[in-house]
Design a protein around this ligand. Structure first.
Ligand code: SF4
Ligand code: SF4
Length: 98
């Protein structure tokens, strides 16, 4: 039996482009993945304007990737960060983003 997929094959691609256009652009152009699903494209950073130096993020990081002491503003060591997202949910000042 012959089934001609030629006409309809691109449909799923066209549909996802239509409904997930922003996500496509984010991945293809900005090389970013907000959902943290594509680890290679995720980069978690601390907004230095918003950070209050409370250290909560550092306390919860499983791989000690967050640097800084006492009341200093914290920074993420990108080489150590495994992009688990734990710090994102622990910052009371919403200073961490990706
Ligand atoms: S939890 Fe937020 S405010 Fe506190 S040190 Fe970390 S990034 Fe800064
Ligand atoms: S994303 Fe995870 S590994 Fe990276 S700095 Fe935050 S808590 Fe640490």
């Amino acid at each position: 039996m012959f089934v001609d997929f030629g006409q309809s094959a691109p449909n799923p691609v066209i549909s996802t482009l239509k409904y997930f256009n922003e996500e496509y652009r984010e991945h293809a152009i900005d090389k970013q993945c907000r959902a943290l699903e594509c680890k290679a494209m995720s980069k978690i950073t601390i907004n230095q304007e918003k950070c209050k130096g409370c250290g909560l993020c550092q306390k919860h990081c499983p791989v000690n990737a967050i640097e800084g002491e006492a009341r200093e503003k914290r920074k993420i060591n990108q080489e150590k960060c495994i992009k688990c997202g734990t710090c994102l949910t622990n910052c009371p000042f919403k200073a961490i983003g990706n």
